[in-house]
Design a binder for this molecule. Structure first.
Ligand code: MF3
Ligand code: CO
Length: 259
C-alpha cells in the first residue's frame, strides 16, 4: 500500500532529508586517499547526531553501521571498515538515511577520488543524469514506470546496464515503503499512477559491464558479477500537485519553498 503523506508529514520528511543532504555535503571534504570507510562512517554518524538526527540504517534489519560506503565494483550496502582504505582512482558511493523527529530521508552519491578513466567518469555522470531524468517524470498523473523507463533509456543509450535485483522505494515514515521503483521496465506494466503526497527514494544503480550482481558472505555488500565498476545516486523526492520536489538537495527547491 502506498502511503500518501500530508503536508505536515512532508514537512517532517523535508527536514530529515535536508539533514541527509547536509551530511553528504559535509562528508565530501573528508573523502581522500588514506582515509578508511570506517573513518567516514564515524564522521557521518557524529554529524547526524550533532544535528538532532539518528542514522536510519544502523540496526535496520541488523545492518551494523550508520551509512553504506561502497567502493568501485561494490554496488551498494558496503559495510564501512577500518580495513578499507580509500585510494586515488576510487569510486566512493555513500548512502545515508536519517531519522529526524520520526521522519526519514534517504540519499546517495558517487564521489570520484582523483583521476579516473574517461569511461568511468561517463558512468558516474550518466548515473547522475539518469536519476534526474527519472525525477523529471515524477509528476502527478504519470505512471511509476515512466520513471523507470527514463532511467533505463539514459543508461542504455550510453552502453551501461541497470542493476535489476535492487530498486528504489517509497520512503518517509519507514525507510522502505511501497512502491518498489525498478530502474528498468520489464513489460508493458505501467505501475501505479503517481499522486500528490507520494514520497519516493529514486536510486539508479548502474554498472559498466553486466547488470548482474551478487551478495558477499557478509550478507550485505552487493558487488558486480564481473568486477567492473558501478555508480549510484539517490534522492528522496516528494510528488506535489505542481511536480516533484527534491528533498535531499540543499541548494535548490528547498529554499525556494515556504516551509
Ligand atoms: N538506501 C539504502 C536502500 O534504500 C539503504 C540501505 S539499507 C540498510 O536500500 F540496511 F543498509 F540500511
Ligand atoms: Co534507498
Amino acid at each position: 500500500m502506498i502511503i500518501l503523506k500530508t503536508d505536515e508529514e512532508i514537512e517532517g520528511i523535508r527536514k530529515a532529508s535536508r539533514l541527509v543532504a547536509q551530511t553528504l555535503e559535509y562528508i565530501e571534504s573528508y573523502i581522500r586517499p588514506g582515509v578508511t570507510t570506517s573513518d567516514l562512517n564515524q564522521k557521518i554518524d557524529a554529524f547526524i547526531r550533532k544535528h538532532g538526527g539518528l542514522p536510519a540504517f544502523l540496526g535496520y534489519r541488523g545492518y551494523p553501521a550508520s551509512s553504506c560506503i561502497s567502493l568501485n565494483h561494490e554496488v551498494v550496502h558496503g559495510i564501512p571498515s577500518r580495513a578499507k582504505v580509500i585510494r586515488s582512482g576510487d569510486l566512493v558511493k555513500i548512502d545515508i538515511g536519517v531519522i529526524f523527529q520520526g521522519y526519514i530521508g534517504d540519499a546517495a552519491k558517487t564521489f570520484v577520488v582523483g583521476e579516473v578513466p574517461p569511461r568511468v567518469r561517463e558512468l558516474v555522470e550518466t548515473t547522475r543524469k539518469a536519476l534526474y531524468k527519472g525525477i523529471t517524470m515524477a509528476q502527478p498523473g504519470h505512471y511509476l514506470s515512466e520513471i523507470s523507463k527514463a532511467i533505463q533509456e539514459e543508461v542504455e543509450a550510453h552502453g551501461f546496464s541497470v542493476v535489476r535485483e535492487l530498486a528504489g522505494h517509497g520512503v518517509g515514515l519507514r525507510l522502505h515503503e511501497d512502491p518498489s521503483i525498478p530502474n528498468f521496465v520489464d513489460s508493458h506494466r505501467k505501475g501505479p499512477k503517481l499522486k500528490p503526497g507520494m514520497v519516493l527514494a529514486i536510486e539508479p544503480m548502474v554498472n559498466m559491464g553486466t547488470h548482474e550482481v551478487r551478495t558477499l558472505a557478509d550478507g550485505w555488500t552487493v558487488v558486480t558479477a564481473d568486477g567492473q565498476p558501478s555508480a549510484h545516486f539517490e534522492h528522496t523526492v516528494a510528488i506535489l500537485a505542481d511536480g516533484p520536489e527534491i528533498l535531499t538537495e540543499v541548494h535548490k527547491s528547498q529554499w525556494q519553498r515556504k516551509t
